[in-house]
Design a protein around this ligand. Structure first.
Ligand code: MLT
Length: 282
């Protein structure tokens, strides 16, 4: 069978143009997975997952407003705004029974999406993320980061971020992934980095929705994640009925990039258990 292409597309919705990669199912599409990146990355962080999707599954990796090639629109960001963009996107493409796979900020958005439109969600993958909001110390760190980015630009921010997000072993050997992440950070404007930092600081606590999640859920953490704690991720798994929790060895905050084969195999097992569903009209 010919290799399926990953295509890039744009969709104008309201005040934004959302950019996304799409890889259509090779057979009659039975399910659609939507990948949501973390802050301040973009859709390219999911290329290895799109490439390896099962034949019956369409994959979409979206640039969240203000990131990658998506525009910023009115410029006032919140996790709620990002989730409502996704709601408009899935409605426009007429996607039902979607699986949302969100990493870190993408996971915050995924949980907000479940609060907003659970009827369209057939599965949820929460990776390196949590349901709790920032405490005051966390918010203050975001405000300090905004000041630092405004004073010193993106470069030092990107360098500091890379040192934090990868496990020590990945910092030694994953040069391609590191280059991808550095360039993703630098491609975002200073305005959108600062607006997203404010959005992260202002996000609501979504813990209340966890016991209401009825679809299958997979919770993945890199064992060496220095951003999201084991306790916060165990809490997700404990509160979501029937969820599966997996810790991946030798990974930090970006397990899909640090150990793509292991990540993809977890994803495949998870997708295989999701009942057949939707058709992509994109
Ligand atoms: C991310 O990767 O999306 C960020 O680390 C999220 C955060 O800082 O809360």
């Amino acid at each position: 069978m010919a290799e399926r292409l990953i295509k890039s597309n744009k969709l104008r919705i309201g005040d934004v143009s959302l950019s996304y990669h799409i890889k259509k199912a090779a057979t009659q599409p039975e399910k659609t997975i939507i990948f949501l990146h973390g802050f301040p990355f973009n859709k390219n962080m999911w290329r290895q997952q799109l490439s390896a999707l099962p034949d019956n599954c369409t994959g979409i990796a979206l640039d969240i407003r203000g990131h990658g090639n998506s525009t910023s629109g009115h410029g006032f960001f919140s996790i709620d705004v990002f989730a409502k963009d996704l709601r408009a996107f899935v409605k426009h493409l007429n996607l039902d029974n979607i699986v949302i796979c969100g990493l870190s900020m993408g996971g915050y958005i995924a949980l907000r999406c479940y609060q907003l439109f659970p009827e369209r969600i057939a599965g949820i993958v929460l990776c390196a993320t949590q349901s709790k909001a920032d405490d005051d110390a966390g918010k203050q760190k975001r405000f300090d980061s905004i000041q630092a980015v405004l004073s010193h630009g993106r470069r030092p921010f990107a360098i500091g971020f890379v040192e934090k997000v990868f496990a020590p072993a990945s910092l030694q050997k994953e040069s391609e992934a590191i280059a991808l992440i550095k360039s993703s950070i630098r491609r975002n404007s200073i305005n959108s980095i600062c607006a997203t930092l404010l959005a992260l600081a202002a996000r609501t606590d979504t813990s209340v929705v966890l016991p209401e999640i009825k679809c299958p859920a997979l919770v993945i953490r890199g064992k060496e994640d220095r951003i999201v704690s084991l306790a916060d991720m165990q809490y997700l798994a404990k509160e979501i009925p029937g969820s599966r929790f997996v810790e991946m060895d030798d990974c930090g905050h970006l397990p899909n990039l640090e150990a793509p084969e292991v990540f993809n195999s977890l994803l495949h097992d998870f997708l295989a258990a999701i009942p057949a569903a939707s058709v992509v009209e994109a």
